[in-house]
Design a protein. Structure first.
Lengths: 290, 302
């Protein structure tokens, strides 16, 4: 009996440990292949070069165009997702009647379940032609329409995490505010939001990290053109869509072209890791608050 | 006095405006989703037919179908489920029922929270490095399925933990009081009572895996496949074959991506039609998950 218990516990322990091995695997693979890459390309050139042409006869390895493409699409997505997500969270947490809330929440969850390729289809064949009605100079591939669609995609994440944070603010704090004659609007903005601030910030940061890592929408609708620009009307390429582009072609294992996707992946991983750590720290803070 | 009245009126006005604005922006997402669905259905519905499901991709959009894509998706999800479910549930049980409160448990927890935020394409790079080139599984169903398993593992673990946490302590104490060991308690009480929550998490995880494209492209799935992987069942002894695990494959999202990237209008119609099929698959799984959660919540009352 004892031995059986110990065997089972050990088995369960190693299952839990497997998640650590995944992280280790990611770090080791990315570091190993990037190391091979940086033996041939100077780090300074990589991080300061403004031309990304790794597949040409005379390759240029400046990551900045991919970083600018990533930041541009992310920024557009956030302009859409953060206000919409926060305002819906306020509505669901402070204004909505209970029954309506119970109906809307599953639908918002479904919004998060739509596959990203389908969102990409919408960006390319629905939103871009639609926007071209107002902006005739908009090119067929551009940063703005995948950015907007990505924003819509992230709204459910932002709103559900922010709403959880607002729901965690104890009722008596709201009641205190109402007792002073404050309206719901004043209570929401002057009492609930400041009290739930860490949680809302964590939601925003989760949204940022998701937008940075989003792949298919930009791969389909942003045009795969490494363009060092912050003009949303032009085609761009992000770190993620570059990886897709190379993976679709036939790049032999072990070559410098093959290693570029790991260098791009490393950059992406570090960017999201930075935001994930801040988000984790903020969420830890809300749990301690009340 | 007049001044105060005016201020109160002003404040109430803002409250009214905001309540309308917030209601509207909550519905913006829903309205947009509805518009997009309508657009997709109008574009793609005419192409959906029996032949669309039973044809291989083709150079001619009217003859192209999604046979290799949906078979590939099905096989891939089979591998993913076999790898992710036992591992994820076991890890969840360990962290909730066995793990002590120490720095090591903390590390595992932080690690899982972080993994959930890693972009999916990074899992693709991991699978490319480890499964394709280190273990030499090649660009196969096995590699793709394992890549997706790694991706949804954090989701399965978190869902399991949440479900187990909902089982009240009195159940555990009652079980220990009649002399049950830890594993007996877990096996006969904790797991049965948390099945609903665990199942919900698993289905949502698998539905996400079905729609996931980026990691599968990274491990080198082909975009044009006019044959099926070897059949898992055969008429000869030993009747079950695992050769399909190492066959090349394509999946629904990749087929859609491939059709979207082509210039001809006819392929865009195909992409919309395949998009409808994929969307129906994922929405169906999510609806099933919501239903299961609802059923189990109703059945179990502490």
């Amino acid at each position: 009996m004892r031995i059986r218990e110990r065997i089972i516990e050990t088995g369960l322990f190693f299952s839990a440990l497997s998640s650590v091995f995944i992280t280790l695997g990611i770090v080791i693979i990315l570091t190993y292949e990037s190391f091979g890459f940086f033996k041939e390309v100077a780090i300074v050139e990589f991080f300061t070069g403004t031309t990304w042409m790794p597949l040409f006869a005379e390759p240029k390895f400046g990551i900045l165009p991919l970083v600018s493409g990533t930041l541009l699409t992310t920024a557009i997505a956030l302009v859409v997702a953060l206000p919409l997500g926060l305002i819906s969270a306020i509505y669901l947490s402070e204004y909505a009647p209970h029954r309506l809330r119970e109906m809307i929440k599953p639908v918002l969850e479904l919004l998060a379940a739509v596959p990203t390729v389908v969102y990409g289809y919408f960006a390319l064949f629905f939103l871009t032609p639609f926007l071209q009605n107002f902006l005739p100079e908009l090119s067929g591939f551009n940063a703005i329409s995948p950015g907007i669609i990505m924003g819509i995609m992230i709204v459910p994440y932002v709103s559900s995490v922010s709403e959880d944070a607002m729901k965690a603010v104890p009722m008596y704090i709201r009641e205190g505010s109402y007792a002073m004659g404050a309206t719901k609007f004043q209570t929401a903005f002057k009492v609930v939001i400041p009290a739930a601030f860490s949680g809302i910030a964590a939601a925003f940061i989760m949204g940022i990290s998701r937008a940075i890592g989003e792949t298919m929408v930009v791969a389909i609708a942003a045009g795969m053109m490494p363009n060092f620009t912050f003009n949303p009307m032009e085609p761009v390429q992000t770190l993620t869509s570059y990886i897709v582009q190379v993976s679709l072609g036939d790049v032999p294992h072990g070559t410098i072209e093959y290693r570029t996707i790991f260098a791009a992946g490393m950059t992406l991983f570090l960017m999201t890791l930075f935001f994930n750590i801040i988000g984790f720290w903020l969420r830890k803070r809300i749990r301690e608050a009340y | 006095m007049e001044d105060i009245k005016k201020r109160i009126k002003n404040i109430k006005l803002w409250n009214g405006i905001f309540s309308i604005v917030s209601l509207l922006s909550t519905f913006v997402g829903l309205v947009l989703l509805f518009a997009l669905m309508t657009d997709l259905f109008m574009d793609g519905a005419p192409r959906i037919s029996y032949k669309f499901f039973t044809s291989f991709p083709s150079r001619f959009p009217e003859e192209a179908g999604i046979l290799s894509a949906w078979v590939g998706t099905l096989l891939l999800i089979l591998v993913t489920a076999f790898a992710a479910i036992p591992l994820g549930v076991a890890a969840g049980i360990y962290l909730e029922e066995y793990a002590g409160k120490n720095w090591f448990t903390d590390i595992i927890e932080i690690n899982i929270a972080n993994l959930a935020g890693v972009p999916s394409i990074i899992y693709g790079l991991l699978a490319l490095g480890i499964f394709v080139y280190f273990f030499k599984f090649g660009e196969s169903v096995l590699t793709g399925g394992l890549a997706l398993a790694l991706l949804i593992l954090p989701m399965v673990i978190m869902a399991t933990r949440e479900a187990i946490r909902a089982v009240p302590n009195s159940i555990r104490e009652a079980s220990y009081a009649v002399g049950a060991t830890k594993w007996q308690t877990v096996k006969w009480h904790i797991i049965p009572y948390s099945t609903g929550g665990i199942l919900t998490g698993i289905i949502i995880g698998l539905s996400r895996a079905i729609g996931e494209t980026a990691p599968i492209i990274t491990v080198g799935a082909l975009t044009f496949i006019a044959f099926l992987p070897a059949s898992p069942v055969s008429t000869e002894f030993p009747f079950i074959s695992f050769k399909w695990l190492l066959d090349p494959f394509t999946v629904m999202p990749i087929q859609i991506f491939n059709w979207v990237s082509r210039p001809q209008q006819g392929f865009h119609v195909n992409a919309a039609a395949a998009g409808i099929v994929l969307l129906v698959m994922t929405l169906f799984m999510n609806a099933a998950a919501i239903y299961i959660r609802y059923r189990f919540r109703k059945k179990i009352k502490w």
